[in-house]
Design a protein around this ligand. Structure first.
Ligand SMILES: [Zn+2]
Length: 96
């Protein structure tokens, strides 16, 4: 066997292994389709000055069921549990 052929086979094997691991990770991540329920995202509603949190799972559920509005210029607006307007924005550090 030519040395260059042997090297190509090794490179091909490495490539197959890398792609295989990458797709396995992708499939494994896709199978775990629920976002964590013990990690929270902070939100603030400027309309009524209310801070609240949603778990990643709850946020994903709302996002998937379109209970979120796209904010003009970027970002996501979610429904405020207090005043029930779609005005709450992400706020990672609640001030209260
Ligand atoms: Zn509000």
């Amino acid at each position: 066997m030519e040395p260059s052929t042997k090297r190509n086979i090794i490179l091909l094997a490495v490539l197959v292994a890398t792609v295989g691991i990458a797709s396995w990770r992708f499939l494994a991540g896709g199978a775990a389709d629920l976002a964590p329920d013990d990690q929270f995202i902070g939100f603030h509603c400027p309309a009524c000055d209310h801070h609240f949190t949603l778990s990643h799972r709850e946020f994903e559920r709302r996002f998937n069921s379109r209970e979120c509005h796209a904010k003009p210029g970027g970002g996501i607006l979610v429904k405020c549990p207090k005043c029930e307007n779609f005005t709450a924005e992400r706020a990672d550090s609640p001030s209260d």
